[in-house]
Design a protein around this ligand. Sequence first.
Ligand code: R5P
Length: 278
Amino acid sequence: MFVIGSGAQHLKKEIEGSAKIINVEIKKFPDGEKYVRILEEGEEATVIQSMYRPQDEHIIEAILIGDALRERGYKRVRIVVPYLAYSRQDRVTKEGEPISVRAIMRMLGLYYDELYVFDIHNPKTLEFFPGKAENVSPAKVIAEYFREKLGDGVVMAPDKGALERAKSVAEILDLEYSHFEKKRISPTEVQMTPVDVDVKGRNVLIVDDIISTGGTMIKAANLLRELGAKRIFVAATHGVFAEGAIERVSNAVDELAVTNTIPTPVSKISIVPEILRL
Ligand code: R5P
């Protein structure tokens, strides 16, 4: 039994075929405030709400849906968040700042028993949620999308921190994996070197959690090309994409594909099979 928020409408059609969707009315008052109404009774519900732009609106809507479900008598309420906004604001860097992701988790915890987030920036932050919280890996759907195209290629992480993700994808495909080492050579320049892997004449898939400006991926792809890589594919879970990033990355690689945690023109990999398994 799913309730689909405005941030997950792009997933509705695919979910509809396989699961029951609870009817909900969502609209905006003329002053801009949100209105939600749950139109069916029940015991258990799983809300799906992705929190991309307008982030704050999607967050408030998730809170209102949670409150409405409780008010309507739902006993067990879960939320699946394909993209969790504020997840990168996970520590105080200057005195006086909030730990924004903690604030969001605590708010969701007022209404939801369980939280499922796709590829959260820092899995440790799930501990801020008072109930059961899980990081959902998109490795399987990414791996299956690239299986044929990649052949016996290599899976690369753009940095050491992203290695686990690349490893998960590589293990599903039974392929070699590695990562780039990043070395700061000046305040504005970072040097990247692939570690212990020969990419000459081989297809390479670079996998990261987020693509924003595309700078990281373009740099990695250019380097792979210089080293003689054959076809270069780029994948990420969340296509946050700054202005012009899709074009810039697409021009630098053979194919760019992200999952549909955020709807974008290159969200070719669906996370719906993973949602239906939760
Ligand atoms: C960093 O922590 C993330 O994992 C990504 O590597 C980063 O957000 C990518 O940013 P950009 O596309 O702007 O290079």
